[in-house]
Design a protein around this ligand. Structure first.
Ligand code: ADP
Ligand code: MG
Length: 693
C-alpha cells in the first residue's frame, strides 16, 4: 500500500487552490491528474519581475514592475476598441489596455485615485507607453509577491500561466521530507540536495542558469526518475527469475518438418538468434529474451521455430500480438508451415464470445491446442493452458510491464521471448527493458529491393494522385497513410475520411479505408480485400503500422510525414518493399518545413537501416521525442532527458542491480525509502511483487 505521507500528493489536482472544475482538464492535459504530476512539471523559462523603473525609464520590450497611480478609466466604446486605464507616476504616464474585459471587474481591480503595483511587458504605442493585459495588478503592500523571478511552465490553450505557477507552488508545499533513498556516499559525491530541496530549487529558478538540466537539483530529480525506472525493471526481472524455470530441449522433429516446408532457407541472423533462444530454453532458469529485428527481417519464423521446440516437449506455446489485425495475420502466416508439421494452432481475440470462445478455452485446457495466437485477450483469467512453456510477445512495446507479469503467471515455468521491430538505440533499450538478453536480426532475407523514397511538399498532391493512378493501372497496390494523432481527434478522422472520398472519386471504387475507430470485422474486411484482389489502394491511419504483410504492395504515400516519428515512418515504410518488385515511398510534408524537420525526413530518404535512422534521429531530436513517444509505448520521462542525462541512466542501472543484490526484498532502511520512491513514480504494481516491508 502507498505510504501515508504520499497521500496528499496523490490527491486529484482539484485539491489545489486555483484549479477548479473548469481548469482542471487543462492542467491534467499538460501535467497529469494528480498533485504529484505537477511536481514533475518543470519550468522551461523564467520571467524576471525584479526590474522596477519609474515610468519615464521603462523601456519598451521589457518586463517591468511599476508602482502607479490610477487616474482614469476609458471604457471601450465599440467591440473593436479595448478598455483603457490611464495611470501615472511622478515621471510620466502609462496606459493599461484590456480587450474584452468586464467593467466592474476592472473598476475593482484598479480603483481611481489609488496606487497599484502592475507588472507586464512594456510596449510603445503612439508616442506613449502601455501594458496590454498586465500579468499582475496588486495593491502596493503586496509588492513583494510580484517582484520575483517567476517560473514559466509548459501550458496549453486556455490555461493561464498564473494558474499553473500557483498550482505547482501548492503542489510543492504539499510535499514532506522523505527518508533518503539515494546512497549517502553517492549523494555526497554529487553534492545533490535532498529530494524536497531539489523540487523547491527546480521550481524556483533564480536565473537562466538554474533552468539547465545539469543543475544539481535537476540532476537529482532526473536521477530519481531513472532510478525508479531501472529499479522497477530489475524487480520485474527478478520476480520472473524467482519463478522457477524448466529446461526445454525439443527433439527437433517438428522443427525440421517446418524448415523443410519453407520456400526459403533461414538467414544467418535467424539461425544465430534461434541458437541463442535454444540455449536459453535449455537452461533450468527462465528465459527473458528480446528478439529485435527491423521490419521484414523475419522474426515470425524464428518465433514459430522456438514455439515448435516447446511443443516437441509436449508443452504449449502462446503468441501474443498487440492488435487484432496482427493476431489474425500471424495466424495466416503460420498456418501453412505449422500444418506441414501437424501443429495445432488456434486464435483467441476479444472478439470471440460465447460458445466459440468456450470451445477454444476447453481445447486449450485439454491440451488439444499446441499454439494459441491472440491479443491481450490471452491475459484473461479464464484462459488456462494445460501446460504453457513459452510465451512469445510480438511488438512488446505496446504492452506494459504488468502484462508481462500476468502472462508469465499463466504457466508454471514460462519462458518469454519478446519481439520488437522498433530499432531502439542502446540507451533507450535500457529504459524500456532493463538489461534483458537480446538477439538481433541484423540481416535481411535475400532478394529484397531497395525502396525509392522521396520527400515532396503536399502542394504536389495532384501530381502524386496522378502518379498513383498510373501505378495502379500498371498493377501496383498502394498504401495511403494519413496521420491520426489520436483516435479521439475528430479533425484527423474527418481528414482521413475526406481523403478516402476524394481518392475514390478520382480513382474509382477499388479504394478502401481502414482506421482505428472502425469495428474489428470492418477493419479485417478492408485489410483482407487489400491483401486479396478486392482493393488497389488502402487509405489508412497508423493501424497498419506494425507487422502487416501484403507483399504485392509497392507504393506508399504518407501525408504530413513531418508529424510522425522517424522510427514510426520507418516502420510504416517497411510495409512495402516486401516482394520482388521495386517499391516507392512518397513522404509528403506540409510547408513550411523547418530545416531540422527537413533533415529528419532526408535521413529516411537516404537510409533503410532502422538502427541508423534511430541513432540519427536521437541526435537530432533528443530521446524524449524520438519514437513518436506515445505510439511507441516506450517510457516517457518527465524530468530525465536521455540526451543530457545518459550517464545517470547507466549509473541508475548499476545502482538498481546493486540494491537488489544486497536487499532483494527492499527491507532495509534504504530499501524502505526506495519503496517510497517507487510509489512516488507510480510503480505500485512492481512493489506488489515484494514481500510486505
Ligand atoms: P518481421 O516480423 O520481422 O517484420 P516477417 O517475419 O513478417 O518479418 O517476415 C517478412 C517476410 O519475409 C515474410 O513474408 C516471411 O515469409 C519472409 N521471410 C522470413 N524469413 C525469410 C528468409 N530467411 N528468406 C526469405 N524470406 C523470408
Ligand atoms: Mg512481424
Amino acid at each position: 500500500m502507498r505510504p501515508e505521507n504520499l497521500y496528499p500528493l496523490f490527491a486529484p489536482i482539484t485539491a489545489l487552490a486555483g484549479v477548479g472544475p473548469r481548469l482542471a482538464p487543462l492542467v491534467e492535459k499538460v501535467a497529469g491528474p494528480h498533485v504529484v504530476d505537477l511536481l514533475w512539471h518543470l519550468p522551461y523559462a523564467l520571467i524576471d519581475r525584479r526590474f522596477t523603473p519609474k515610468i519615464a525609464d521603462a523601456p519598451a520590450g521589457r518586463i517591468a514592475t511599476i508602482e502607479v497611480m490610477v487616474d482614469l478609466h476609458i471604457p471601450s466604446d465599440s467591440a473593436r476598441r479595448p478598455y483603457r486605464v490611464r495611470c501615472s507616476d511622478e515621471t510620466g504616464e502609462i496606459t493599461l489596455v484590456f480587450f474584452h474585459a468586464k467593467r466592474d471587474w476592472l473598476e475593482k481591480l484598479l480603483p481611481v485615485g489609488e496606487t497599484r503595483i502592475v507588472s507586464g511587458m512594456i510596449e510603445a504605442f503612439n508616442e506613449g507607453l502601455q501594458i496590454t493585459h498586465p500579468d499582475h495588478v496588486v495593491p502596493s503592500d503586496r509588492r513583494a509577491e510580484v517582484m520575483t523571478i517567476e517560473p514559466v511552465y509548459p501550458l496549453t490553450a486556455g490555461l493561464p500561466g498564473k494558474v499553473m505557477v500557483k498550482a505547482v507552488r501548492g503542489a510543492v508545499e504539499r510535499t514532506q521530507d522523505l527518508a533518503e533513498w539515494l546512497d549517502p556516499a553517492y549523494l555526497r559525491r554529487q553534492a545533490w540536495p535532498t529530494w524536497r530541496e531539489a523540487l523547491r530549487q527546480a521550481h524556483a529558478p533564480d536565473g537562466e542558469a538554474s533552468l539547465s538540466p545539469m543543475t544539481p537539483a535537476r540532476q537529482r530529480l532526473a536521477y530519481d526518475e531513472l532510478l525508479s525506472n531501472q529499479l522497477a525493471l530489475a524487480l520485474v526481472r527478478a520476480s520472473l527469475r524467482k519463478l522457477a524455470g524448466r529446461p526445454i530441449v525439443g527433439d527437433g522433429g517438428l522443427r525440421q518438418r517446418i524448415i523443410s516446408s519453407l520456400p526459403f532457407s533461414l538467414t544467418g541472423a535467424q539461425s544465430r538468434a534461434l541458437a541463442e533462444i535454444d540455449a536459453d530454453m535449455a537452461l533450468p532458469a527462465r528465459m527473458l529474451r528480446l528478439l529485435q529485428g527491423d521490419v521484414g527481417s523475419g522474426k515470425t519464423v524464428v518465433a514459430l521455430l522456438a514455439m515448435a521446440a516447446a511443443v516437441e516437449t509436449g508443452a504449449q506455446a502462446a503468441l501474443m500480438a498487440p492488435t487484432e489485425i496482427l493476431a489474425r495475420q500471424h495466424l495466416a502466416t503460420l498456418e501453412k508451415p505449422a500444418a506441414a508439421a501437424g501443429l495445432r494452432l488456434a486464435l483467441l481475440t476479444g472478439r470471440d464470445k460465447g460458445k466459440t470462445r468456450q470451445k477454444i478455452l476447453d481445447a486449450l485446457a485439454a491440451g488439444q491446442i499446441d499454439i494459441l495466437i491472440g491479443t491481450h485477450a490471452l491475459f484473461q483469467e479464464e484462459v488456462v493452458f494445460r501446460d504453457l512453456a513459452l510465451a512469445v510477445i510480438d511488438e512488446q512495446h505496446r504492452f506494459g510491464v504488468h502484462q508481462r507479469l500476468d502472462l508469465a503467471a499463466k504457466g508454471h515455468a514460462v519462458d518469454m521471448l519478446v519481439m520488437t521491430a522498433t530499432p531502439i538505440p542502446r540507451t533507450l533499450m535500457l529504459t524500456a527493458y532493463g538489461d534483458m538478453d537480446v538477439s538481433r536480426l541484423d540481416e535481411k532475407p535475400p532478394g529484397r529491393r531497395p525502396i525509392d523514397t522521396r520527400v515532396l511538399p503536399l502542394a504536389r498532391l495532384d501530381q502524386v494522385t496522378e502518379g498513383v493512378g498510373r501505378a495502379i493501372k500498371a498493377g501496383a497496390k498502394v498504401y495511403w497513410i494519413c496521420p491520426l494523432v489520436d483516435d479521439s481527434e475528430k479533425l484527423d478522422l474527418a481528414a482521413v475520411t475526406a481523403r478516402h472520398g476524394e481518392l475514390r472519386e478520382l480513382l474509382g471504387p477499388r479504394v478502401g479505408l481502414v482506421h482505428g475507430r472502425m469495428k474489428g470485422p470492418e477493419k479485417d474486411a478492408a485489410m483482407a480485400a487489400f491483401a486479396g484482389d478486392g482493393l488497389d489502394l488502402l487509405v489508412a491511419t497508423t493501424v497498419i503500422e506494425v507487422g502487416v504483410n501484403v507483399p504485392e504492395a509497392t507504393v506508399m504515400v504518407i501525408e504530413h510525414a513531418e508529424r510522425f516519428g522517424l522510427a514510426q515512418l520507418h516502420q510504416l515504410r517497411g510495409r512495402i518493399g516486401r516482394g520482388d518488385k521495386d517499391s516507392t515511398c512518397l513522404l509528403l510534408y506540409g510547408a513550411p518545413l523547418s530545416e531540422n524537420a527537413k533533415s529528419r525526413l532526408n535521413i529516411l530518404r537516404d537510409s533503410e537501416d532502422g538502427f541508423r535512422i534511430a541513432e540519427e534521429d536521437l541526435k537530432l531530436r533528443g530521446a524524449g521525442e524520438l519514437l513518436g513517444t506515445r505510439q511507441s509505448g516506450l517510457p516517457e520521462f518527465r524530468m530525465a532527458d536521455l540526451a543530457q542525462h545518459g550517464d545517470l541512466l547507466a549509473t541508475a542501472r548499476d545502482d538498481a542491480r546493486l540494491i537488489l543484490e544486497t536487499d532483494p526484498e527492499l527491507q532495509g532502511a534504504r530499501g524502505k525509502a526506495l519503496r517510497t520512491l517507487l510509489y512516488l513514480f507510480e510503480r505500485d504494481a512492481v512493489v506488489k511483487t515484494l514481500r510486505s516491508g
